[in-house]
Write a protein that binds this ligand. Structure first.
Ligand SMILES: *[C@@H]1O[C@H](CO)[C@@H](O)[C@H](O)[C@H]1NC(C)=O
Ligand SMILES: *[C@@H]1O[C@H](CO)[C@@H](O)[C@H](O)[C@H]1NC(C)=O
Ligand SMILES: *[C@@H]1O[C@H](CO)[C@@H](O)[C@H](O)[C@H]1NC(C)=O
Ligand SMILES: *[C@@H]1O[C@H](CO)[C@@H](O)[C@H](O)[C@H]1NC(C)=O
Ligand SMILES: *[C@@H]1O[C@H](CO)[C@@H](O)[C@H](O)[C@H]1NC(C)=O
Ligand SMILES: CC(=O)N[C@H]1CO[C@H](CO)[C@@H](O)[C@@H]1O
Length: 767
């Protein structure tokens, strides 16, 4: 799989790309192409005219425009033939033409947990522990997702003042959604539909739950006594409870259309949002180039307009090279666990208790009175042993399953755990014990059926008990939420990993945040998982989708304390103050117990207090990002159109090559192609944001065996706010190494710690 990602294409002129061979692309081809023409240079209506001119150059007349982009970026989405798309791609001013992708969603305690993490490193935390519930500057968070359930208490506006006058967004009316559904918390709501498609979803209203969950995690008001049917009870509140929320519904139950996402960025930039939160993206099987990726394009224009875009890294882990949303102007978030575990234990005959994981609503007897069977022993004559073991549909004999708790393996990846549950239930089983080490680390909800997940180690104990007993019995106990679970955080197995397939010279993901078993608001009429019970107002979900809005909320808080900071300063503050240790004071681990690396968590787990006062920041601006495109291989004719204000004067730096990408002033340092023969030097510039008191910072280096890291100079003096100081890092290998190496540089002045992870790889896939 990795090999496919390492192929780099340098486009010398406008190009058409046809993502092919991917499930997502095959699932639904709506016949639409996105024509991307860079920044909107003018806003006087001439752009739409330009677009119409382009379309009228086609032989066929009457092509409908699905979406038009003309506020901040220029382009349109339209139904075109492949030939028409190729023809338009050749026209002057057109940067890229690509098929409209359908992108998947990446699916109370978590904030307290993050605060607790700070206590682990008391030595360097700022003296005051700010209270997030008060004094917020009016930050506006834009959420691109499945919509919103406005009646949720998380979107109550009772403590909020008037809507900031700079807000220019809209509250669009639609099915079951009215102007009155917007308030001083939910200040904007838009939806995007394809005019050629018949859809019932003409509304910002969320019918899936994902957008409501994400929005409340990022900016939900505090709701006391929130819980999921009594579990995980406490006050639920977003990362920035004082922020305003604007929802951009770009997803339907089928997925999220790229052409709608681009339209939402075009609107959000003009509406006046400060932070955009995007919990969706391409799958690792079809990672697009930056110029044919609607999220990368939209985020670029957001960044040039001073807006930070925070995205989920994807749920395609733990394989390496799976991270998506990895453009250098995006803050990319991986998912980690919190110190809460939802345990649903197994009791065996003799009252031996085995720890299991899951949320169920069953009514099994607490005593171990239910007969226990290993699914393998219920194999139907035509089925393979591996099919029966895995409880696959049509592999087991109902007469052997009926009335029993069934132990199922989950090592074939052929059927989902939900389909195994359905099969056992249909055959008359009374419970299910699923054996899966990865799923054991992540809580899922199993509706009314008593299902729990155990580790393979614990499963062997269950199996040996079954071997030793002529009449094995068990029960699955009520779910309890265990607090102060250790170790936490650890990186969720599903979280997508670096290195980035775009380039190994920018480290991705950037940070990690809670994304496992997160309690947040839910749509008000979902009883699908819990028939017979009232619809839950809150739900427990896992995914990098849940991690992303934790960081969007934090970014909004950083912005509200530091209103003049641009998006790169906010990102730097969050990255350089991140934490690498867990609640056992050991290194953060992955689900296997191995020490996590920057490919798992970037700079580390976000800190909600230290990021408000980082001391120094690494800033990047539009010019740096254009340079990145030059180094990466795009030609100047394309780049000239991409950015709004730098176009005329801009030219690519001489000797632009992928070797220079490591020099982008990023808060982390990643270098590929270091081969033991020569050393490499990278440059960084720090900006003082700690005030006008003179401060001397000293560099300390943590370098792995075999890597020599020198920082020149090793001391930097700052005297004024905004003052910049540059330094060089010289890296060399003592001998050639096959493994990637990880280290860090930390600038400290006693009060602040400004840490950058270093990733060195001897291989170069930048050509
Ligand atoms: C719009 O602006 C362009 C230049 O940006 C100008 O050439 C054109 O005449 C303007 N059109 C109108 C209708 O004002
Ligand atoms: C572009 O320049 C104009 C005027 O020079 C300025 O008002 C605007 O804020 C700039 N836009 C960006 C995105 O920098
Ligand atoms: C159970 O018994 C079978 C056959 O006697 C054996 O192959 C298997 O390893 C035993 N399993 C355990 C977990 O003891
Ligand atoms: C929930 O409400 C929405 C909006 O009114 C509606 O479209 C949807 O069908 C409802 N779902 C259920 C399961 O009742
Ligand atoms: C970006 O930063 C560089 C270096 O700090 C500076 O020279 C350049 O003028 C900046 N560009 C813009 C568009 O602000
Ligand atoms: C959350 C929840 O309702 N869990 C249920 C799991 O099943 C037990 C009975 O086996 C119930 O008592 C719990 O309430």
């Amino acid at each position: 799989m990795k090999g496919a990602f390492a192929i780099f294409l340098f486009f010398l002129s406008s190009f058409v790309s046809f993502p092919g061979g991917t499930k997502a692309a095959q699932a639904k081809d709506n016949g639409v192409y996105i024509v991307y023409m860079g920044a909107a240079a003018s806003t006087n209506g001439s752009l739409r005219y330009e677009h119409a001119q382009l379309l009228s150059s086609l032989k066929r007349k009457g092509t409908t425009v699905v979406h038009s982009y003309s506020r901040s970026l220029s382009g349109f989405a339209a139904r075109l033939s492949e030939e028409e798309a190729r023809s338009i791609a050749q026209k002057p001013g057109v940067i890229s033409v690509f098929k409209d992708p359908l992108l998947p969603l990446h699916t109370t305690r978590s904030w307290d947990f993050l605060k607790y993490q700070i206590d682990l490193e008391i030595d360097s935390s700022p003296s005051s522990d700010p209270d997030f519930s008060t004094q917020e500057y009016d930050t506006i968070i834009g959420i691109m997702d499945t919509g919103i359930w406005p009646e949720s208490k998380s979107f109550d506006d009772k403590d909020l003042g008037v809507i900031p006058p700079r807000w220019k967004g809209k509250c669009m009316e639609g099915n079951d959604f009215h102007q009155s559904n917007c308030n001083r918390k939910l200040i904007g709501a838009r939806f995007y539909v394809d005019p050629d498609e018949v859809t019932a979803d003409r509304s910002p209203r969320d019918v899936q739950g994902h957008g409501t969950h994400v929005a409340s995690t990022a900016g939900g008001s505090a709701v006391p006594d929130a819980s999921f049917y009594g579990l995980a009870a406490g006050t639920a509140k977003g990362g920035s409870p004082g922020s305003r929320i604007a929802i951009y519904r770009v997803c339907s139950p089928e997925g999220c259309q790229g052409s709608a996402i681009l339209a939402a960025f075009d609107d959000a930039i003009s509406d006046g949002v400060d932070v955009v939160s995007v919990s969706l993206g391409a799958s690792a099987m079809s990672i697009p180039e930056v110029t044919s990726d609607p999220i990368a394009i939209g985020a670029f224009h957001a960044a040039e307009n001073g807006i930070l875009v925070v995205c989920s890294a994807g749920n395609d882990g733990p394989s390496s090279g799976t991270v998506v949303n990895a453009a250098p102007w995006i803050l990319t978030v991986s998912a980690s666990t919190i110190d809460r575990d939802f345990e649903s234990d197994v009791v065996l005959g003799g009252n031996k208790v085995i720890k299991g994981e899951g949320i169920n609503f069953s009514n099994l007897d607490k005593q171990p009175v239910h007969p226990l069977i290993y699914a393998k022993s219920a194999r139907q004559s035509e089925a393979l042993e591996s099919e029966a073991r895995n409880c696959n549909p049509s592999s087991m004999d109902a007469t052997k399953i009926k009335g029993k708790i069934v132990v199922c393996d989950n090592d074939d990846n052929e059927y989902s755990k939900e389909s195994k549950l359905e099969e056992v239930k249909d055959l008359g089983g009374v419970g299910l014990i699923l054996v899966d080490d990865e799923e054991r680390s992540v809580t899922s909800t199993y509706g009314t059926f008593p299902m729990t997940v155990v580790s393979s180690k614990d499963a062997s104990e269950i199996l040996s008990y079954m071997n030793s007993s002529s009449n094995p019995v068990a029960s699955v106990l009520a779910t309890v939420a265990v607090a102060n679970y250790k170790p936490a955080p650890s990186i969720a197995y599903f979280s997508s990993r670096g290195p980035s397939s775009i380039t190994k010279d920018i480290l991705k993901p950037d940070v990690t945040a809670p994304g496992v078993a997160i309690l947040a608001a839910w749509i008000g009429n979902d009883t699908a998982g819990t028939p017979g019970k009232a619809a839950p107002s809150f739900n427990v979900l896992s995914g990098t989708s849940m991690a992303c809005p934790h960081v969007s909320g934090l970014a909004a808080t950083v912005k509200s304390r530091n209103p003049t900071w641009g998006p790169s300063a906010i990102r730097s503050a969050i990255m350089t103050t991140a934490i690498q240790s867990n609640n056992l004071r050991g290194p953060i681990t992955t689900h296997t117990g191995a020490a996590a690396t920057p490919y798992d968590y970037g700079a580390g787990e976000v800190s909600t207090t230290r990021s408000l006062q980082p001391g120094l920041v690494y800033e990047t601006n539009t010019t740096d990002y254009l340079n990145f495109l030059c180094y990466y291989g795009y030609n100047i004719a394309q780049i000239k159109h991409i950015a709004r204000n730098v176009s005329d004067s801009f030219s690519c730096p001489p000797d632009s090559s992928p070797n220079l990408i490591s020099n982008i002033n990023y808060p982390s340092i990643a270098i590929s192609g270091l081969d033991g023969k020569r050393s490499k030097t990278v440059f960084r510039t720090l900006t003082n944001v700690a005030g006008d008191d003179a401060a001397i910072y000293t560099a300390s280096i943590d370098s792995p065996e075999g890597l020599i890291v020198k920082v020149v100079p090793s001391k930097l003096k700052f005297e004024k706010t905004g003052q910049k100081q540059s330094y060089q890092v010289v890296l060399s290998l003592q001998s050639s190494v096959k493994e990637d190496l990880f280290g860090s540089i930390t600038w400290t002045n006693g009060q602040y710690k400004v840490r950058s992870p270093i990733v060195v790889s001897s291989r170069s896939d930048n050509l």
